[in-house]
Design a protein around this ligand. Structure first.
Ligand code: NAP
Length: 197
């Protein structure tokens, strides 16, 4: 999974097309969408029109919690909208009804085993909820996508994920940071710092 992704929340429908094309032209190779964002068709069209080969772009989409019980039809609809045969990563967007919900996770495992997605993960799960999934199914989520930023840095939370072999993917990195913090300006001004941090 490329380290930096291009998020498409708050770009509903046609509003997503141009930004995704520009992102791909700029060099992004990781797109993050969700059934809930209502832009999978436009993300897919932007990818096709960009001319960037499918194999070079990592694509994530997410199952809305309220679609628990309709997993297979939802991933098939996502693939059709995106115009692709296989996702790189499919996430449970939120714990359904606030619970880990192993039944949904079993459907995710089945979708992965059927080749509809290369990897499966969760989003907005606690470590305890991840443990519930693993206890029930024996399958560890590849990723937990959670709010994360320099301001939210939590070494213990990272260690708990690492111990379980779960990659933490941070979302809303700017929204939850003070972008006027002089440390950011210093890092940004240091040549090569993005490769070290
Ligand atoms: N899994 C989930 O539940 C979940 C939830 C949220 C997000 N996500 C994913 O994460 C992606 C990014 O999340 P996000 O849009 O919340 O967070 P973000 O990229 O951290 O924040 C975007 C907002 O931060 C402000 N901002 C960004 N760059 C700035 C800059 N250079 N200077 C000043 N303000 C700046 C802008 O606010 P203003 O609009 O106020 O200018 C912008 O709307 C989403 O597109 C989505 O793919 C996932």
């Amino acid at each position: 999974m490329p380290l930096l992704g291009f998020g498409t929340w708050q770009l509903p429908g046609e509003q997503a097309y141009e930004p995704v094309r520009v992102a791909l032209e700029t060099g992004y190779r990781h797109l993050d969408t969700a059934t809930m964002y209502r832009n999978e068709s436009e993300v897919g069209r932007a990818l096709q029109d960009s001319g960037v080969p499918r194999g070079e772009v990592f694509i994530t989409t997410k199952l809305p919690a309220e679609r628990a019980g309709r997993e297979r039809e939802t991933i098939e609809a996502s693939l059709k909208s995106l115009g692709i045969d296989q996702l790189d990563l499919w996430l449970v967007h939120w714990p359904p009804r606030g619970r880990a919900h192993p039944a949904t996770w079993r459907e995710f495992v089945a979708a992965r085993d059927a080749g509809l997605t290369r990897a499966i993960g969760v989003s907005n799960y606690s470590v305890a909820q991840i443990d519930d999934l693993v206890r029930a199914t024996g399958v560890t989520p590849a990723v937990n996508q959670i709010p994360y930023s320099p301001a939210l840095h939590d070494p213990r939370l990272l260690a708990e994920h690492q111990e379980r072999g779960v990659v933490v993917e941070g979302y809303s990195p700017f929204r939850r940071s003070d972008l006027d913090d002089p440390v950011f300006a210093e890092v940004a001004a240091t040549p090569g710092s993005s490769r070290r941090t």
